[in-house]
Design a binder for this molecule. Sequence first.
Ligand code: ZN
Length: 161
Amino acid sequence: MAIRKIVMYPNDILEKHCQEVKKFDKKLGKLLDDMYETMIEYDGVGLAAPQIGVDARVAVVDIEDETGTIEMINPLILETKGEQTGPEGCLSFPGLFGEVSRPNYVKIEAFDRKGRKYTLEAEEFLARAIQHEIDHLDGVLFTSKVLKYLSEDELKGVEAE
Ligand SMILES: [Zn+2]
């Protein structure tokens, strides 16, 4: 595994619609391992492939709950419900945090590294992290959804995606 360099905003790769993964091979496994290691190194709760300069619909999420690490390849949002508003940050925007509203519940379909399709339901913070990462794969950045930027005093233990 290797820690990759995080792409900072502005960079074109952060604003493009990423390509579908077609090959579920060793290279994809290595990419996921590197993404996971990089996310941990930078204390994030999620990381999308474009954030390490890779044009592929691949993301990892780990909010350190009982769900563990979620690997999302070619994820699709099947259903959303409700609304939540909370602080959000992004590893590609160091030090920038803002309040973002998102659906409180999300149901997704994605593939794991072996090409097995799965569905996953999530609520609250996990749902927020998943939606933030899937947005990255469409070139959508959280800054386009910020209602209000937050000062350091307003932030306590907010983790970046
Ligand atoms: Zn992000």
